[in-house]
Design a binder for this molecule. Sequence first.
Ligand code: 13P
Length: 253
Amino acid sequence: MRQKIVAGNWKMNTSFQEAQALTSELMGMAGDEVRGDVKIIIFPPFPYLYSLKAQLGTNARIEVGAQNCSEHAAGAYTGEVSAGMLKSMGIQNVIIGHSERRQYFSETGPLLAQKIDGALANGLKPIYCCGEPLEEREAATHEELVKTQIEEGLFHLNAEAMKKIVIAYEPVWAIGTGKTATTDQAQEMHLVIRKHLASKFGNETAALVPILYGGSVKADNARELFACADVDGGLVGGASLKSRDFIEIIKSA
Ligand code: 13P
């Protein structure tokens, strides 16, 4: 059985006070309402990580992750945060290769492969993002593009390391647009990704890797998306900033 995961990517949103309030609401609701077998992860902005981790205390229901990490281990890289720093604060997860980082910060496949290695070396669980822009979907080159993204970021790993990775398929045209992929589109791409993993790492490994869907997941479309055979949960942006909406999405998993 693959792990079901619902993760909230807060992006560059919330004041510190809002982040504390959101965390406290989620702690209460998750404890009362959510089944124990769905993993919940929140990805707040860097400066809040340590405090929110402390706020969660021994609450094992909600894990914390970072939205990015440096490809370097340490040194003169002003403004950067390393995987080792995250590990030293007890952070368990890190998003790598989000389309916004690829687009606005020019992150490329080889760089992302380095970040994956740094995260794994520090015992962090990477959520590796892939997904095509609208032009690629319209040109019907989206499958090839996503396969290339998977190859660039992950195909240097061995099967044991691959089992530690979570993938998020996030079509760029669905992010923050309110335009969600249909269940057919999501399932089709998740299967393409899983088959591509199988071609490299074997069926057993491919069957174990959780593949999350991201892109305008909302309380009213999560259930049908998460019901797809190869969709193992979601990476949620906007709707993860409202505790009630996020909890309803988690309950759909
Ligand atoms: P939205 O849910 O706001 O579309 O964002 C998706 C996303 O980018 C999660 O990483």
